[in-house]
Design a protein around this ligand. Structure first.
Ligand code: SF4
Length: 144
């Protein structure tokens, strides 16, 4: 049986960097007949909300102020993986382009809104451990 992990911000949790959320009606509809659990890796790592936005540059993650927050993002990814393993998660619906949750693309580290192919830190770790990933745009496009 499939069980989904869902980015908290997609279900209205105010865990986004600006203290808001990305509540998504298509995701809610998709999940209406599914088994799911909700998680935010950045909040789980102890980062506050609101917080400065961060982006991936190379192998590391930096806040907009230039602080290296790679350790926090890796800690959040490890917590997300442990949560998935403890809850029998097989699939995930994650927020597009997030430095933690991005599935197909991320911002390029320049804080100019430039998007490049890549994955968030949590998304990559979950995929490496066999979890099937979607983002909200896959759902909105009807790709699943
Ligand atoms: Fe949403 Fe993921 Fe960012 Fe948390 S880390 S606010 S779940 S995109």
């Amino acid at each position: 049986m499939s069980r989904y992990l869902v980015s908290g911000c997609l279900l209205g949790h105010n865990c986004k960097y600006n203290g808001g959320n990305n509540d998504n009606a298509a995701v809610r509809a998709f999940l209406s007949d599914k088994d799911y659990v909700v998680f935010c890796p950045e909040r789980a790592s102890g980062l506050p909300a609101p917080r400065l936005p961060s982006e991936i540059r190379g192998e590391r993650v930096y806040s907009k102020a230039g602080d290296d927050v790679t350790a926090e993002f890796r800690a959040g990814a490890e917590k997300a993986l442990a949560f998935c393993q403890n809850h029998g998660v097989t699939h995930a619906v994650l927020k597009a382009r997030s430095p933690s949750c991005g599935v197909h693309a991320v911002y390029d580290g320049s804080f100019t809104g430039t998007v490049v192919p890549g994955m968030g830190v949590t998304a990559r770790l979950l995929k490496e451990n066999g979890i099937v990933l979607l983002d909200e745009e896959d759902i909105e496009k009807g790709a699943v």
